[in-house]
Structures are given as structure tokens and as C-alpha cells.
Design a protein around this ligand. Structure first.
Ligand SMILES: Nc1ncnc2c1ncn2[C@@H]1O[C@H](COP(=O)(O)OP(=O)(O)OP(=O)(O)O)[C@@H](O)[C@H]1O
Ligand SMILES: [Mg+2]
Length: 349
């Protein structure tokens, strides 16, 4: 038990133990820091007394007590005794002990950026942006085809070769614009769903990044080997993971100091948008680089928003659109030295 408490005190997730009457039986160090209290002060105290607005919090605990099913609540607001409002991801797991049912509560703080990306309103806004882009893209592509074709005809009629450079410029720039518009539109193909192993996708991209960086990037792999296969479009998911890892590599001041952590987990009873999923695959891609520039963090997933001189600002917009097509969610949390992109992908029925 001593050793168990040691481990609990060293993890970053707040862990709270409750007995059958919802009285606190344990609280680890991260939980003390998050709830701004101490284990000594709250042992034996009822869970309702942890927060000033216990309504929803108690309702969730009671629901798990009644149903005996684990529950995940994301971005739940809690008002602490200090008056601070925090937002947490909550996982409540029922634990059957010999005499009664106990609850294990995991609490993960979520920061502002994470909360914003969870807003359903934002998902709608992204849909609108995409619709506008689609409309605009088609308006550009049609005349562009005409311009290119006319330049080709003109090139054939030119009286001397000196003038050909001008038509070449027109054709080259028309092609560049068409490529940009195609990338703006995102993957043209429908999803080709097949059973895939997410670790195979991650390993594939890890090898690509190692090759691109001359073996200088370090990787830490923390895979959950029990994750089953899931339906996904392999090519498009590779693109997603590649866009995210490439950004990490490009953001690093020196690739030799760049460490990317790849972590996979399964999450049960997990809500995405308005839908509750039985099983969701969570993939974290974490880097130790300088972090997302503050000026663009609110619009990170918006097409053409970039923090790099040579960037087109499409990598993350495409990644998000692919993940959304899979019924999933892409989120980001960033501070200097620790930038985390998290994919949540439903694992089927
Ligand atoms: N891991 C990261 N660390 C720091 N900044 C990042 C990271 N990932 C993304 N960014 C910032 O977000 C911006 C947008 O990324 P995104 O991939 O959408 O476009 P891009 O990399 O600029 O261009 P493209 O991917 O189209 O070549 C980047 O320009 C960069 O400033
Ligand atoms: Mg990019």
C-alpha cells in the first residue's frame, strides 16, 4: 500500500478515492494541488464538501454508484473553496470491494485552449469555414483552368522564343495556385476504412521523421499494447500524424534536442461532440519544443493560419478535417517545453 501511494503521489493526474457513502478515503499529491486542499484535511469528509457547487459533481458520482458503469465527463467546471473555477476531465470508475462499492475518481485539469476546442460551437464554425473555402476554391479553379489553357494556346502561336518565358510564368503560377486550392480542399477521396493498428501507423511515421531528420530526433514510445484494431483510413491517418510530427520537428530550434513522445491509451464511455462512445482510442503526440506562438493559438486549426515564414498553414486544418471525418476529435494543449496534440478516434461499435 505504501508503495502504491508513492506511485499515486508521483503521477500528474489527481486521484481521489471514495467509499460507498461518498466519503473521501484517499487523495494523491496531484489531487491536493488541483483541489487546493490537503489529504489530511479531507479524509473522511463527504465529497460534496470538496466544491462549492456540488450539484453536477454529486450527480455524476451517484450515477456511477447506481449504474456501476464508469463515466467520463470532459471539461467539467468545479468551483473550489478558494473561489477558483477549474475545468477538469473526470473519469469515475466503480471498484467492487468485498463489502461495498467504492469509487476511484481521476481528475485531469484542462487548460483554456483545450476547452475552446471542445466547444461544439467551434466545430460548427469550422464547418462554416470549410464550406466557404469549398465555394471559393471552386470559383478559383474554374477560371484558372481557362487561364492555363489559353496560355498554352498562346505559347504555340508566339512569334519568337523570347516571349515564351511569359507564358511559362502564367502556366507555372496557375499550377501553383491549383495545388494550393487542392490542398485547401483537403483529401478528395472518401474515407477508405479498413481495420488498422494505430501503432503501425505511428511507427511508419516515426520512421519517416527519423529519415527526414537524419536520425537526430529522439522518440519516447508509451504504447498500450492491448489496443485492438480499429476502423480507419490508413493513408489519411498517416498524413495526420505526419503533419503533427513534422510541425514538432520544424518548431524545434535544433532537431538534436527535439524529443517526441508517442502515447496511446484506450478510453471508455467517452463523449465526442454530442455522442457517447463505448471505446475511443487516444493518441498523444507530445514535443518539448518552444510551443505554439501565442498570436495564433486561438486559430491554430483554421486554414492558412501559420507561424512560419514558409508555412501554408494547412497541415493542422487538414489533420483536423480527417479526424473529424473519422468521427473523432483533435485537440491541442501547449506551453513552452510541452506541446501536446491529442487525437481521439472512436473504435467502432
Ligand atoms: N508542435 C508545434 N510546436 C510549435 N508550434 C507549432 C507546432 N505545431 C504547429 N505549430 C504552429 O502552428 C502553425 C500552423 O501549423 P500547420 O501545420 O497548420 O501549418 P504550417 O506548418 O505553418 O504549414 P504547412 O503544414 O501547411 O506546411 C505552424 O506554423 C506553427 O507556428
Ligand atoms: Mg505544418
Amino acid at each position: 500500500m505504501e508503495q502504491g501511494q508513492d506511485i499515486l503521489d508521483n503521477i500528474s493526474t489527481g486521484v481521489l478515492g471514495l467509499d460507498g457513502d461518498l466519503r473521501i478515503t484517499s487523495l494523491n499529491a496531484a489531487g491536493e494541488a488541483l483541489l487546493k486542499t490537503s489529504a489530511a484535511r479531507c479524509l473522511g469528509v463527504h465529497a460534496r464538501q470538496l466544491v462549492l457547487d456540488p450539484g453536477e459533481w454529486l450527480a455524476n458520482l451517484n450515477q456511477v454508484m447506481r449504474s456501476k458503469n464508469p463515466l467520463t465527463r470532459r471539461g467539467m467546471p468545479l468551483t473550489l473553496h478558494t473561489g477558483h473555477e477549474i475545468h477538469v476531465d473526470l473519469i469515475i470508475t466503480p471498484v467492487d470491494s468485498e463489502h461495498d462499492l467504492r469509487l476511484l475518481v481521476e481528475l485531469q485539469p484542462v487548460d483554456r485552449l483545450l476547452k475552446i476546442s471542445r466547444e461544439e460551437g467551434l466545430l460548427h464554425a469550422q464547418e462554416t469555414t470549410r464550406a466557404v473555402i469549398r465555394g471559393l476554391a471552386h470559383e478559383i479553379k474554374n477560371p484558372l483552368g481557362g487561364v492555363r489553357g489559353a496560355a498554352q494556346l498562346l505559347a504555340r502561336e508566339l512569334p519568337n522564343e523570347d516571349l515564351a518565358e511569359y507564358t511559362r510564368v502564367i502556366i507555372r503560377e496557375a499550377d501553383r495556385l491549383r495545388d494550393l486550392v487542392d490542398r485547401l480542399l483537403g483529401p478528395a477521396q472518401q474515407l477508405q476504412l479498413e481495420p488498422l493498428n494505430i501503432h503501425e501507423v505511428l511507427e511508419h511515421v516515426r520512421n519517416l521523421i527519423l529519415a527526414e531528420s537524419d536520425n537526430t530526433v529522439s522518440f519516447i514510445r508509451d504504447y498500450d499494447p492491448s489496443l485492438p484494431e480499429m476502423p480507419g483510413d490508413r493513408t489519411q491517418l498517416i498524413q495526420v500524424v505526419l503533419n503533427i510530427m513534422r510541425n514538432a520537428l520544424q518548431a524545434a530550434t535544433d532537431p538534436r534536442s527535439c524529443t517526441i513522445t508517442l502515447r496511446t491509451r484506450s478510453r471508455r464511455q467517452f463523449t465526442i461532440g454530442a455522442q457517447l462512445h463505448r471505446l475511443v482510442c487516444q493518441v498523444d503526440i507530445i514535443d518539448n519544443g518552444p510551443g505554439i506562438p501565442r498570436e495564433i493559438e486561438h486559430a491554430l486549426f483554421v486554414p492558412m493560419v501559420t507561424g512560419r515564414a514558409e508555412g501554408t498553414g494547412l497541415g493542422l486544418a487538414i489533420a483536423q478535417s480527417v479526424i473529424n471525418h473519422h468521427g473523432g476529435l483533435l485537440e491541442c494543449e501547449s506551453q513552452p517545453g510541452n506541446t501536446r496534440f491529442t487525437l481521439y478516434i472512436p473504435m467502432g461499435k
